[in-house]
Ligand binder design. Structure first.
Ligand code: NDP
Length: 330
């Protein structure tokens, strides 16, 4: 079986030589253990944070150890109660083709009708919950509001954009290619802005939302955040989900130059980590399953094939190589 280890800590944008593909022999199963063959693994922007050697809400990755991350696999052999060969399970043992772990570290997944297994790492998984809980619990969009979402063609952003539309909001979305913007329009986004070619982002947002925005769902930080502050209406809610434009910075970037407007406009700027909303998962799953069944929520995925391509998949997040959820098929 193969796995990917962190060989060195990236400085700036991650590169191939920060990763190492290694062959390992799996140990035998003790009582309570399960042997799982991974079918899909997730690469996520937050993993970049774990590559720094610093304290955070999750511990840093350890050098020369396999990386970790979300994965969906199939039980091959089980000595744990409740798991049988053929079961579909999710775990945090990504970045490896197969593994042995106690059943308590696994979650059994339903083989959901009509929904592909890998959806449990995207629209029905961590990114979906992030979008749903962040927008509804923090952004609190009201019908008639204007919602601005950045990184809108990605795993989180594409779900945010569609839920905002379902809630009766005008949706302004930004993404990095014309194809991504075209897809956003095809799922009902009212104004899709290609932030790389639009010229002045502030002008583009003003044209799309002349009365300003009530909610900003931030996936990218940087210039987008400054533009959102500039276009915020009084009492606008800022959902600070991520700031991918800064993840590879080697020195702290300057803050928004217009931060003073937070006072005069009475803005609420609130960050969160999805675990905060873990208890809402059953409610999220049931609402999302209903929306999917009704054709109200659509999604895309970008798939790299084989464990050896996992570093490329991860590195590709920072250049926008993915439309929708970035996945590796194992
Ligand atoms: P995405 O599927 O959105 O992939 C990342 C996308 O970010 C790329 O496709 C690219 O799209 C865009 N991007 C990359 N670099 C830049 C840049 N410099 N400026 C603007 N856009 C950029 O990833 P996710 O949906 O998984 O994650 C989206 C955000 O949500 C991330 O910031 C992530 O850290 C955060 N997150 C936060 C969680 C939480 O608990 N708070 C949980 C999960 C995710 P494009 O072509 O449009 O540039």
């Amino acid at each position: 079986s193969h796995e990917i280890r962190l060989k060195s800590r990236p400085v700036g944008t991650p590169a191939h030589d920060n990763f190492e593909l290694t062959e390992v022999t799996l140990g035998s199963l003790a009582d309570g253990d399960v042997l799982v063959r991974n079918r899909w693994m997730s690469v996520d922007p937050y993993m970049r944070g774990r590559m720094f050697d610093r304290a955070s809400y999750v511990p840093p990755f350890v050098l020369n150890e396999p990386l970790q991350g979300g994965a969906v696999g199939e039980v091959i052999e089980s000595r744990a109660e409740g798991f049988s060969p053929g079961d579909l399970v999710s775990s945090m043992f990504g970045w490896r083709e197969a593994f042995v772990a106690p059943g308590s570290a696994l979650e059994k997944l339903p083989r959901a009708g009509g929904v592909p297994d890998q959806a449990f790492m995207g629209v029905l998984g961590m990114p979906g919950l992030t979008a749903w809980a962040g927008l509804l619990e923090i952004g609190k969009p009201q019908a008639g509001d204007t919602v601005f979402v950045s990184g809108a063609a990605g795993a989180v952003g594409s779900v945010v954009a569609q839920i905002a539309r379902l809630k009766g909001c005008t949706v302004v979305a930004s993404a990095g290619t014309d194809e991504k913007c075209e897809w956003l329009r095809s799922v009902g986004v009212h104004h899709a802005i290609n932030y790389k070619t639009c010229g002045n982002l502030d002008d583009a947002v003003k044209a799309a939302a002349p009365k300003g925005i009530n909610v900003y769902f931030d996936n990218v930080g940087g210039e987008h955040l400054e533009v959102a502050i500039e276009n915020a209406r009084p009492f606008a809610r800022f959902v600070e989900c991520g700031m991918i434009s800064a993840y590879n910075d080697t020195a702290p970037a300057p803050g928004p130059r217009n931060i003073i407007q937070v006072v005069g406009k009475s803005l609420m700027i609130r960050g969160f980590i999805v675990m905060e909303f873990a208890a809402l998962r059953p409610q999220f799953l049931s609402e999302m399953m209903d929306w999917i069944a009704a054709g109200e929520i659509k999604w895309q995925e970008t798939v790299e094939e084989g464990i050896a391509r996992a570093p490329d998949a991860f590195i590709g997040l920072f250049s926008g190589a993915n439309t929708g959820k970035m996945l590796v098929k194992l």
